[in-house]
Design a protein around this ligand. Structure first.
Ligand code: 13P
Length: 251
């Protein structure tokens, strides 16, 4: 097993009002309070961040956001800055989720801008990459990952890379119940790590956490986590219920 500290993260997408998020947090915190050997994060909607931050304070569960804008302030109606997220209590921010790429015009370039803006604000970016089913069927998985990782990390210097997390989320496995096999996930993670070691000092690639996302459940987390290059999970549907997400965290 690798020495990297696992990270189990919940991406709540557009679910839960502030009151529902608070109810989750109150029920979830005691279920995982004894967990000391891995990091835990939940990413509610923007409207629930401050409420949930209050409940997570002084616990072992960190708060994340699901997106940010790269400018620090200005006339950018409806956007949220890195500084605003940090002030709201966020430690992490998910960037470039495939739903952002597919539905909201996110590109490798805008992903890169967001990653570069998150780091100086002290936020840990969780940069998402992954191929569609069509790309996998066409044998393009590795070239898609190569392009997304290379462009997403463009113009970052080694000492900025620090805490950055990459999440491999094959688009065909998201919300479909169709998990990548542990071998498919491991192959993608290994490829990403070796690519990062070509772009940055190798020790940074060795230390970097790469999460798997796509239909992770209490039933499949253990076999995924047993793979050498899988350092955690980014969980959608199964993170919405405190008991099931608690089981995933305590795999
Ligand atoms: P599911 O776990 O619902 O497949 O979603 C995965 C995901 O998109 C996490 O970011």
């Amino acid at each position: 097993m690798a020495a990297r500290r696992p990270l189990i993260a919940g991406n709540w997408k557009m679910y839960k009002t502030s009151a529902e998020a608070a109810d989750f947090a109150r029920r979830f915190v005691p279920l995982v309070s004894g967990v000391a050997d891995r990091d835990i994060m939940i990413a509610p909607a923007f409207t629930a961040l401050e409420t949930v931050a209050g409940i997570l304070k002084a616990t072992n569960v960190a708060l994340g956001a699901q997106n940010l804008f790269w400018e620090s302030e200005g006339a950018f109606t409806a956007e949220i800055s890195p500084k605003m997220l940090a002030a709201a209590g966020c430690r992490y921010v998910i960037i470039g989720h495939s739903e952002r790429r597919q539905l909201f015009g996110e590109t490798d370039d805008t992903v890169n801008r967001r990653v570069r803006a998150a780091l100086p604000a002290g936020l840990i970016p969780v940069m998402c990459v992954g191929e569609t089913e069509k790309e996998r069927d066409a044998g393009q998985t590795l070239s898609v990952l190569d392009k997304q990782v290379r462009n997403g990390l463009k113009n970052l210097v080694a000492n900025e890379l620090g805490t950055l997390v990459i999440a491999y989320e094959p688009v065909w496995a998201i919300g479909t119940g169709k998990t990548a096999t542990k071998e498919q996930a491991q192959a993608a993670h290994q490829f990403i790590r070796s690519l990062v070691s070509n772009l940055f000092p190798a020790e940074l690639a060795v230390a970097m956490r790469i999460l798997y996302g796509g239909s992770v459940k209490p039933e499949n987390i253990s076999e995924l986590m047993a793979m050498d290059d899988i350092d955690g999970a980014l969980v959608g549907g199964a993170s919405l219920n405190p008991e099931s997400f608690g089981k995933i965290v305590c795999y």
